[in-house]
Write a protein that binds this ligand. Structure first.
Ligand SMILES: C[S@@+](CC[C@H](N)C(=O)[O-])C[C@H]1O[C@@H](n2cnc3c(N)ncnc32)[C@H](O)[C@@H]1O
Length: 253
């Protein structure tokens, strides 16, 4: 998932890209943000896309900085939310080799760390940590590898959406898929996308200088995974991982 991919998607973003805010029916992400919100604090929305979270953040914080790798996404967001006066916009590639930024009191990063490229993910996490003040709050949402495998297992066992008719990949595609899955990378809509294990997130965030406050599932309906979800298929539902973490003070690293 490179810049060119996100620029191409921008005009059709609303129909193509899963809306986490709308599908978090329990409102757990908004509740997590509200738990540390203050009109004295600044927040950065990392990978803001077309700005779905901006109407949530703007009334809760003094200043909101919205960043994304895609110029087109930022233009759409800026045009849509002209009425929100405390938002600044900037094009930033979180996987750039070097980045400097002022430090913020809080950050959200909702389904933006998706790249299949390990080096780019490492840089993304490193920069995200550097953008935050000590004790700053982070709400991070990422695709769950456990959930993705669970969905595959259910689909194959019960032939959901005629999964048994799916052709097994061959040749280079098969080799790529095996290489990718070992790293937690599996396709969403035919695009190789990083998915995370809970334990992987716990270790990774600790090493990047965060202490985890809570880590929980954001559950979605089965219709988000399958065209024809069986009626009996209820719980557990498919999910993303949401982490609320705090940046450690330098002495606690
Ligand atoms: C699935 S969208 C999520 C958007 C938004 N956070 C939401 O929840 O509605 C992922 C966004 O991350 C952005 N993104 C991906 N890689 C990025 C990077 N390296 N630096 C900055 N933004 C990036 C994409 O351009 C895209 O807008």
């Amino acid at each position: 998932m490179e810049k060119s991919y996100w620029e191409k998607i921008a005009p059709i973003y609303e129909t193509e890209i899963f809306d986490v805010l709308k599908n978090d029916k329990q409102g757990y992400i908004v509740k997590a943000i509200e738990s540390f919100a203050s009109n004295k604090k600044s927040i950065i929305d990392i990978g803001c896309a077309v700005g779905k979270w901006l109407p949530v953040l703007s009334p809760l914080f003094k200043q909101v900085h919205a960043i994304d790798i895609s110029n087109k996404n930022l233009q759409i967001a800026e045009k849509k939310y002209t009425a929100l006066k405390n938002i600044s916009y900037e094009r930033v590639d979180m996987s750039a080799k070097t980045l400097t930024s002022k430090a913020f009191d809080a950050a959200i990063c909702i389904n933006a760390i998706l790249t299949s490229d390990l080096k780019k993910r490492n840089l993304f996490f490193k920069h995200m940590a550097s953008f935050l003040k000590p004790k700053a709050d982070l709400v991070l949402v990422v695709p769950s590898l456990e959930s993705k495998l669970f969905s595959h297992i259910i689909a194959n066992k019960y032939n959901v959406d005629d999964a048994k008719d799916d052709k097994a990949p061959t040749g280079k595609r098969a080799i790529d898929q095996i290489r990718f899955i070992k790293d937690g990378v599996t396709d969403i809509d035919d695009v190789p996308t990083k998915h995370f294990l809970k334990e992987e997130l716990e270790l990774l965030l600790d090493l990047e200088g965060f202490s985890i406050q809570t880590i929980q599932k954001i559950e979605y309906e089965w219709t988000t995974e399958f065209h024809e979800a069986p009626n009996w298929l209820k719980n557990p539902k498919p999910w993303d991982w949401m982490v609320h973490a705090k940046k450690k003070s330098p002495s606690n690293k």
